[in-house]
Design a protein. Structure first.
Length: 296
C-alpha cells in the first residue's frame, strides 16, 4: 500500500497496473509450488475503489486491502456499504489506518458490522493504539467469525501483537483465544528475512508460559478501556473509577467536583461487560469481606 507510494495512481505516473502486474509476476515466479496470497491495495472513493478492485481481480489477486482514507467524512454505515460493494468484486482485507497518517477512528460498531460481510477475509489492524486494536479483535470475536485472519500493522507494537492470545470471551463465556497471524508492516519492507524468521519463532513459542501473561495483559487493557472510557477520549475516567468503587460499596455515588464529569453514555454497560468477561481481575470478594470494618 504506502510503501509502493499512493502516487502511482496519479494519471501523470499511471503506474498502478504495472506495479500490480510486476508484484504478482514476481510472487508467482518466486516458488512455482508456493501457496502465495496476493493482496492489492484498493483506494479512493467508491467509484475508484471498485475500478481498482476489478483491476486486482483481473490480475489474479486474491484480496483487496481497502483504505478508507478518501472517505474521512463518511458515516460508519456508508463505509460499510462501500466495503460491501467492493466485496462483491474481490474478497476484502479490512484496514484500520492510524489517524496520524490519514486514517480515522473506527470503533467497535464499524468493525462488528464489517465482520458481518461474508466476503471479508482478513483485517489489518494499524491504529497504533492498544485500545483501538482491542476494539477490532473484540468485534471479530463478537461476530462469531472464526475465518477472518487478523494481521498487525502496528509498527509500534509488532512483537506484542504477534505473541498475545487475545481473550475471546463473549458476554462472559469462554472461547479459544484469538491470534494475530502475521504482519503487514512498513517495518517489514526492510530486513524481511529476519521478519520471516521472527514470525516462525513466534509461532513455535506459542502455548508457552508467556501466553498466560500476555492474555492477562490484553484483558487488563480491555478492562481499563471500559473503566477509563477510552472510547470517549477518557471523558469518563474519574466517574468510571468511582462507579467501580460504588458497586463495591466503597463510595455512595460517582459524583465529581466538576458536575460535568459523569459516566459517558454506554460506559456503565461497558463496565458490566468487562466484569462479566474478566471476573478474575476484580477484588469484589476481598472488599466485601472487609467492607464493614473499613466503613465502621
Amino acid at each position: 500500500m504506502h510503501t509502493t507510494q499512493f502516487a502511482i495512481r496519479e494519471p501523470r505516473h499511471d503506474l498502478l497496473r504495472p506495479v500490480l502486474e510486476l508484484a504478482a509476476t514476481t510472487a508467482r515466479n518466486w516458488k512455482k509450488d508456493a501457496d502465495v496470497a496476493l493482496v492489492a491495495g484498493v483506494n479512493g472513493n467508491t467509484r475508484q475503489a471498485l475500478a481498482e478492485a476489478e483491476l486486482a481481480r483481473t490480475l489474479g489477486y486474491h484480496a483487496g486491502l481497502v483504505s478508507l482514507a478518501a472517505l474521512s467524512g463518511a458515516s460508519d454505515a456508508h463505509l460499510v456499504r462501500h466495503c460491501r460493494r467492493i466485496a462483491d468484486v474481490i474478497p476484502v482485507f479490512g484496514f484500520y489506518l492510524q489517524p496520524a497518517v490519514g486514517g480515522r477512528s473506527l470503533g467497535f460498531r464499524f468493525w462488528r458490522d464489517l465482520s458481518d460481510i461474508p466476503n471479508v477475509v482478513a483485517i489489518k489492524i494499524a491504529p497504533f493504539d492498544r485500545y483501538a486494536t482491542f476494539e477490532v479483535v473484540r468485534a471479530v470475536v463478537d461476530s462469531g467469525r472464526t475465518d477472518i485472519a487478523l494481521y498487525t500493522g502496528n509498527d509500534d507494537n509488532i512483537l506484542s501483537d504477534l505473541v498475545t492470545p487475545f481473550p475471546a470471551a463473549r458476554e462472559g463465556r469462554g472461547g479459544t483465544p484469538l491470534r494475530i497471524v502475521g504482519g503487514l508492516l512498513g517495518q517489514w519492507a526492510v530486513w524481511t528475512r529476519r521478519a520471516v524468521e521472527l514470525l516462525r519463532r513466534v509461532k513455535k513459542a506459542r502455548r508457552s508460559a508467556v501466553d498466560d501473561w500476555m492474555a492477562t495483559a490484553a484483558a487488563i487493557t480491555d478492562a481499563n478501556s471500559a473503566i477509563f472510557d477510552a472510547r470517549n477520549r477518557f471523558a469518563g475516567c474519574i466517574p468510571g473509577i468511582h462507579e467501580v468503587l460504588r458497586r463495591q460499596g466503597l463510595l455512595r455515588g460517582t459524583w465529581c467536583l466538576d458536575p460535568k464529569e459523569r459516566l459517558s453514555p454506554g460506559q456503565s454497560a461497558e463496565i458490566d461487560r468487562v466484569i462479566r468477561a474478566y471476573p478474575e481481575l476484580t477484588d469484589d470478594e476481598f472488599v466485601s469481606e472487609h467492607l464493614d470494618a473499613w466503613l465502621a
